[in-house]
Design a protein around this ligand. Structure first.
Ligand code: GLC
Length: 439
């Protein structure tokens, strides 16, 4: 067996260990539930091993879809105990929560249509038609929900109400917004008196992983407080957006939505289904509205605050996501690729850092504030290919594979030396490794 074959076997073993029959958990002990974008990336890898199982991974997400159309960010594995997440989230507070499932009350970056189409590529034309037919109603409903609930003023960019919705939990644009404007007085007091250290003992993540690689105690308190605000509103979006707390049209989320919309159109065309006129209009406009996020001075895109309408000019991996969206001009794409090439910006030894080197936030080992993640690389590789940057895409794919070959199937990696960080045997790292090798 070649070393490459051996690694492929190990990747399969990781997916098997995390397999719960109808869905896959991201990591056995650390993340024992189902997450939306994790399952999508996992399905993209699984399609090379067992396409039916990959389909199941996606269908299990739709099983817990809310009656208003939301596909939740997390679906909880049944468990007992008062502090189990289903008791903490209490999704039953919303009249739209599904029967028989406990979920979180928010969504996550919508990679669903991407996973559906990637799976479709592995099917015969008839099977693909059946597959598309099966997922069409819930997928359409999800996209309609995204616009109905998250674009109340028809700005054609959808708003996220918690950093967990982006999947990039402590990414600088969100955390800096919170630090500057949102943090309540009592939390500033906690920060000043260093009382946040009191929660160290109750944190389970830092028992398994060095604390420097995770969010700070204060960030954990801040994001938990932000979540409790949503729960107090019973996840009712009208109440939440009436007096918003976290409310940001996140760049990564909207870029992924733009690509997902393109896939939705592909699926509709294959099925000869007509998309509702209102949705067609929104889809068209979102691509245009992305240009409102462009800042000519710094020559890049940013997320935008929903209330103030100001661009949040903090650097992060989101900068490169318009490449994945695929609707920006070749000129803008060239400017973004220059940043990727620049060894003072995103061009590290093991790219792509989730925060560029020229940001004060850059920390090579801390979660979404610097480390390289395989899912964000996958999205950007896909975008580079579609813009014709074939060599860049191949180089990034190779360095990602090499990083995993050297360090293993970690959750994230140090972009300077490739060291594995976070939890080991992480499902999407294994799945996307298989996809990168097989693509
Ligand atoms: C963390 C990540 C998020 C992921 C989840 C499960 O919260 O930030 O992106 O979906 O873990 O792996």
């Amino acid at each position: 067996m070649t070393p490459q074959d051996e690694m492929m076997e190990r990747a399969k073993a990781v997916l098997k260990t995390n397999d719960r029959g109808r869905f896959t958990v991201p990591a056995v002990e650390k993340y024992p539930h189902q997450w939306l974008w994790d399952s999508c990336f996992i399905a993209i890898g699984l399609r090379h091993l067992d396409v039916n199982r990959a389909q199941q991974e996606i269908l299990s997400l739709f099983d817990a879809q809310w009656s208003n159309g939301m596909v939740p960010q997390m679906i909880f594995t049944p468990s007992t105990g008062i502090f189990q997440p289903h008791n903490v989230w209490q999704s039953w507070r919303s009249p739209y929560a599904p029967e028989g499932y406990s979920t979180s009350g928010i969504t996550q970056t919508p990679v669903l249509a991407e996973a559906v189409v990637q799976i479709g590529e592995k099917l015969s034309p008839t099977e693909r038609h059946n597959w598309y037919q099966q997922v069409w109603p819930p997928l359409l409903k999800y996209h309609e929900w995204l616009y109905a609930e998250r674009d109340p003023y028809k700005e054609d960019l959808v708003v996220q109400i918690h950093p967990w919705e982006t999947g990039l939990d402590n990414t600088p644009p969100w955390i800096s917004e919170w630090q500057q404007y949102l943090m309540p007085w009592w939390m500033r007091l906690i920060a000043k008196t260093r009382l946040d250290s009191l929660i160290s003992r109750s944190r389970s993540d830092t028992k398994q992983i060095p604390a420097e690689q995770r969010m700070t105690n204060l960030e954990v308190i801040g994001l938990s407080d932000a979540f409790l605000r949503l729960r107090r509103q019973n996840y009712d979006i009208q109440k939440i957006l009436h007096k918003p707390y976290f409310a940001i049209a996140d760049l990564t989320f909207n870029c992924v939505l733009i690509r997902a919309n393109q896939h939705l159109k592909t699926i509709a065309a294959a099925l000869r289904e007509k998309l509702p006129d209102e949705l067609v209009q929104s889809i068209k406009q979102t691509e245009k509205s992305l240009e409102e996020l462009w800042d000519p001075a710094s020559e890049q895109y940013y997320s935008r605050d929903f209330k103030s309408q100001k661009l949040l000019k903090e650097l992060s991996i989101a900068t490169l996501m318009p490449l994945y969206a695929g609707c920006i001009s070749k000129d803008h794409a060239n400017l973004l690729v220059k940043q990727l090439e620049n060894d003072q910006v995103f061009g590290t030894a093991f790219p792509i850092p989730t925060v560029p080197l020229n940001s004060d936030w850059f920390n090579p080992e801390c979660y979404w504030q610097g480390p390289t993640w395989v899912n964000t690389n996958w999205l950007i590789i896909d975008g580079l290919k579609r813009y014709g940057f074939k060599e860049h895409a191949a180089a990034l794919s190779e360095s990602t594979i090499e990083m995993i070959n050297t360090s293993g199937f970690y959750e994230y990696f140090n972009p300077k030396n490739g060291k594995g960080l976070g939890i080991d045997n992480f499902a999407w790292t294994a799945a996307l490794y298989l996809d990168l090798i097989n693509s």
